[in-house]
Design a protein around this ligand. Structure first.
Ligand SMILES: CC(C)(COP(=O)(O)OP(=O)(O)OC[C@H]1O[C@@H](n2cnc3c(N)ncnc32)[C@H](O)[C@@H]1OP(=O)(O)O)[C@@H](O)C(=O)NCCC(=O)NCCS
Length: 186
């Protein structure tokens, strides 16, 4: 029987279309400073809802971090052009009460591994100049930095995939599935 692993209480896993309700609820819980840091401007609930509705339209690879069964953070990898080419964009959102606890860093590493495993060679991350956390997260991948007004564009060039990086992603996927089976609500 097909099992939806949505009830894993504390996990990090790829998000699917059946997570859309949780995805919308996560974005709507972001406060205005977090929305501005994530989207580059202040967005009202209507615009946030529209973004969530179209979340899967361009087939992103997305990871979610669940805490106590609720989706508290999302990491997105989207192709910069139609179809999966060699360059893509990364974005992260961690709910205010969950920031500064390593969740964003962990999501970012998952995304870079997924991008690497698909042969992506240019990963762009846009963030506000004052976003020290993103600066530190991206710095570990030795990015090229470009400054556009109040924003920084960090461009990363991940290494080519190896059997180990591919195994890492497969093991993470398998672990998330097994964890969801053990942790699901009765
Ligand atoms: C930016 C964001 C994704 C970071 O995720 P996070 O889970 O809060 O960050 P982490 O706990 O993983 O910390 C990342 C780094 O910042 C450091 N850090 C944590 N809190 C910090 C603070 N208040 N000031 C400065 N550095 C801080 C951490 O020590 C870590 O650096 P290190 O690995 O060198 O020690 C998250 O805060 C967020 O969603 N912010 C709003 C949306 C946003 O900015 N998105 C990015 C643009 S797309």
């Amino acid at each position: 029987m097909y099992f939806r692993p949505t009830s894993a209480r504390n996990s990090m896993r790829k998000l699917r279309r059946y997570d859309l309700t949780e995805i919308a609820a996560h974005f709507l819980r972001l406060d205005q400073p977090t929305r501005r840091a994530r989207f580059g401007s202040f967005l009202n609930d209507d615009l946030i809802g529209r973004y969530a509705t179209h979340f899967f339209d361009d087939d992103p690879i997305a990871f979610g971090a669940f805490r106590d069964g609720k989706l508290r953070a999302i990491g997105e990898l989207r192709s910069a052009r139609p179809g999966w080419m060699s360059d893509a964009e990364i974005a992260l959102s961690v709910e205010p009460g969950w920031q500064g606890q390593g969740i964003g860093s962990a999501l970012f590493e998952r995304i870079v591994t997924a991008a690497r495993n698909r042969g992506m060679k240019l990963l762009h991350v846009l963030f506000l100049n004052e976003n020290e956390r993103m600066r530190r997260i991206t710095a570990k991948h030795h990015p090229e930095l470009e400054f556009h007004g109040g924003e920084v564009e960090a461009t990363l060039d991940p290494p080519w995939p190896t059997p180990f990086s591919i195994a890492e992603e497969m093991i993470d996927d398998a672990n998330a599935y097994v964890q969801s089976v053990y942790e699901r609500d009765p």
